[in-house]
Design a protein. Structure first.
Length: 350
C-alpha cells in the first residue's frame, strides 16, 4: 500500500504543478499516470510543439515545460506509479481513499486530485479504406519528433489549431508542406491563420481548400495521396500523411466513480474545484464549470486553490497563514532551503 497526503491522478503539467503548491504546505504527493513518463500530452504527443501562453516564457516547447516543472518540484520528492491506469476508488469510514490501478497497485490518501487532462483519448481518424495498412508506414496521427519530417514531402489534413501550428512548424524546418482542409475557412487562432497565409505567399506551404484526402497509395509504405477538390482529383507524392482532426476523449474508469459528469468532464465547485464527493478534486482539462477555459495556466490556478482546501482536510482545525515565497523562501522535504531575496522594505530598513 502506497500512502501519501495527496494522490494525484495524472502527471501532466497541472498534476506536476500541484506537487509544488502542495510542497509549500508541507504536503507530500504521489502521482499515477498511464503513460510511462511524467508530462502527459506535453511529453507523449507533442514534446516539440511550442507553447506561447505560459507566463514569463514568450515561447517554450511542451517537452521543455515538463522538464522545468520536474526541476521545480524535485525538492519536494514526489513519488510515481507510471505505466498504470487508476481503475478503482473506494472511500472508507474514516474518509481515506484507496485507489487501485489496472495492475493491482494500491494507493491510500485522504485527498485525491484528478488531473487527468482529457482522460484517455484516441485520434479521430479519416474514413479511408486502407488507412490501417499505412499506419506507422507513412501515416501518423501524432508528431513526436519533427526532425523526421525535415526536407520531406508532407500532407497535413485538418483546419484547427493543431493542423495550422504543425504546418507552420514543419514549413520552418524545410518540410514540403501541403495543408488540406475541407473548407476555405480555418478554425484555428487568427494569428496562426495569418502565418499560414504568409508562408503560402512565400511558397513554403501549399494550401488546398476546399478539399479532402480520399485515397492513399503505396506498396510497402505510403507513396502518394489522392486529393479531391472543386477542380477534380489530384495525386500528390508524399513521404508522410498526417490527419489532425483532434482527439476523442474518454474518461475511462473515472466515469464509474460516482462523480457528476457533464459532456465527458467532471463537474466541480469553483471555490476549490472539489467534486460532488468530498475529498476528491478535479483540476485541469478534465473538469468543467461555467466559464471554463482549457488552458494550462488555468490548471495551475485551480491546483493552487485546491491545495488550500486539501490542507484543511488533512490538518483539521489547524490554520494555515499564507506566506509569499518572495518573503518566506521555499523549504524542500530534503532539508534544503532556498532563501527569499530581501524585500524592498528590508533593504531600506538596513
Amino acid at each position: 500500500m502506497i500512502k501519501t497526503d495527496i494522490l494525484i491522478i495524472g502527471a501532466g503539467p497541472t498534476g506536476l504543478f500541484t506537487v509544488f503548491e502542495a510542497g509549500l504546505l508541507k504536503l507530500r504527493c504521489h502521482l499515477i499516470d498511464a503513460l510511462p513518463q511524467p508530462g502527459g500530452q506535453c511529453s507523449e504527443i507533442y514534446p516539440k510543439k511550442p507553447i506561447y501562453d505560459i507566463p514569463a516564457y514568450p515561447e517554450i516547447l511542451a517537452g521543455d515545460l515538463t522538464k522545468k516543472l520536474l526541476e521545480q518540484i524535485k525538492q519536494f520528492e514526489p513519488s510515481y506509479t507510471l505505466g498504470e491506469r487508476a481503475e478503482e476508488i473506494i472511500k472508507d469510514k474514516e474518509g481515506m481513499f484507496t485507489v487501485t490501478t489496472n495492475k493491482g497497485t494500491k494507493h491510500q490518501a485522504p485527498v485525491v486530485a484528478i488531473a487527468g487532462g482529457l482522460g484517455s483519448f484516441e485520434p479521430r481518424k479519416p474514413q479511408l479504406d486502407n488507412l490501417a495498412k499505412y499506419e506507422e508506414k507513412g501515416v501518423e496521427y501524432i508528431i513526436k519528433d519533427p526532425e523526421i519530417y525535415r526536407n520531406k514531402k508532407v500532407v497535413i489534413a485538418g483546419g484547427g489549431d493543431s493542423a495550422l501550428d504543425w504546418s507552420i512548424f514543419l514549413a520552418n524546418i524545410n518540410a514540403d508542406v501541403h495543408l488540406v482542409h475541407r473548407r476555405n475557412e480555418f478554425r484555428g487562432a487568427l494569428d496562426s491563420v495569418e502565418k499560414v497565409k504568409e508562408l503560402k505567399n512565400q511558397n513554403k506551404i501549399n494550401i488546398i481548400t476546399p478539399a479532402e484526402v480520399i485515397e492513399l497509395k503505396g506498396n510497402k509504405k505510403l507513396n502518394s495521396v489522392v486529393v479531391s477538390h472543386n477542380e477534380g482529383k489530384k495525386e500528390i507524392k508524399v513521404d508522410h500523411f498526417i490527419p489532425l482532426f483532434g482527439l476523442s476523449p474518454k474518461l475511462g474508469p473515472i466515469a464509474n466513480w460516482g462523480l457528476d459528469i457533464e459532456k465527458n468532464a467532471i463537474k466541480v465547485d469553483t471555490y476549490d474545484y472539489q467534486t460532488n464527493i468530498p475529498g476528491i478534486f478535479a483540476i485541469g482539462d478534465i473538469n468543467t464549470y461555467p466559464g471554463k477555459l482549457k488552458l494550462i495556466l488555468c490548471g495551475f490556478h485551480e491546483a493552487t486553490l485546491m491545495c488550500q482546501s486539501a490542507y484543511k482536510i488533512i490538518n483539521p482545525g489547524k490554520k494555515y497563514i499564507l506566506k509569499y515565497t518572495t518573503v518566506s523562501g521555499i523549504d524542500g522535504f530534503d532539508g534544503s532551503r532556498k532563501e527569499a531575496p530581501k524585500s524592498v522594505v528590508q533593504a531600506i530598513n538596513e
